[in-house]
Design a protein around this ligand. Structure first.
Ligand code: ADE
Length: 249
């Protein structure tokens, strides 16, 4: 999977993403991450990329021209690569990271992890001229109901969440399936050695080696934890998985 990030701060996203598991996945060749500087595409002789907003209001807006030309160069490069690989040439999705988008979640991460290429557009200042957004953006996505100073951190959050779903990125294929949110519940509590720590014992069932009982205990714990911490998630899960009626004797 190839990630392409359009940003005014390429070193910020690359420094952040080249470390840890995501960096290793890049070295293994499961994913690639490139950041392109929108400023490199401005036709302004002072390298300016922003200007005042029509109608007044605080702050500056990123202008359409550098954003459009940056996207065009990137999109053409991706098209060329796809045609040389003779792979399908569907339109490459362009995700504009914005607090005005739909809120990102695990199922969105799963959906996006199926793409071969993804372009992330990171805004700054007060946003980007609407006309270029209309022409190039396919998805408007937020990472939550709060406002950050730019789109770089949200893009990094999404790229991390998407990358770990790409085959080969995680060493243990199972861990992406059993963790929180993948089945609509929060994950159960987990324990490692020693068996007793600060006078707290590891729950007996986990030492029993009885797999069916362990599975049952974990599901109960997941349900309890979700009900307590995320009641709206619990309600949705129960609607989808109504408890089986008790057998009458
Ligand atoms: N840019 C600024 N705030 C954001 C948010 N919450 N999500 C995505 N992009 C943003």
């Amino acid at each position: 999977m190839h990630f392409h990030i359009m940003t005014l701060f390429p070193e910020m996203v690359l420094d952040g993403l080249h470390t840890s598991i995501i960096g290793r996945a890049e070295e293994k060749g499961c994913i690639s991450i490139e950041a392109v500087n929108i400023r490199d595409y401005t036709l302004d002789k002072h390298k300016k990329v922003d200007d005042y907003t029509y109608g007044g209001g605080a702050g500056m807006l990123m202008q359409a021209q550098p954003v459009y030309d940056c996207w065009k160069a990137l999109d053409e490069k991706i098209k060329e690569r796809k045609s040389s690989e003779q792979s399908e040439d569907g339109r490459t999705r362009v995700v504009y990271v914005t607090p005005q988008g739909e809120v990102f979640n695990q199922s969105k991460a799963e959906e996006l992890s199926k793409e071969k290429d993804l372009i992330f557009l990171c805004g700054h200042y007060e946003g980007i001229d609407e006309r270029v957004l209309e022409e190039i953006v396919t998805d408007y996505i937020s990472i939550g109901d709060y406002v950050l100073t730019g789109g770089e951190l949200p893009a990094m959050v999404m790229i991390d969440a998407i990358s770990r779903l790409v085959p080969g990125v995680l060493n243990n294929g199972e861990s992406a399936q059993t963790e929180s949110h993948s089945n609509g519940l929060l994950e159960y509590p987990q324990y490692s050695r020693p068996e007793v720590w600060h006078e707290k014992r590891v729950p007996e069932v986990l030492l029993s080696g009885h797999h069916a009982n362990i599975e049952k205990w974990r599901l109960e714990q997941s349900l309890e934890r979700t009900k307590e911490r995320r009641p709206e998630m619990y309600e949705a899960y129960i609607k989808e998985h109504p408890p089986k009626p008790q057998k009458r004797r």
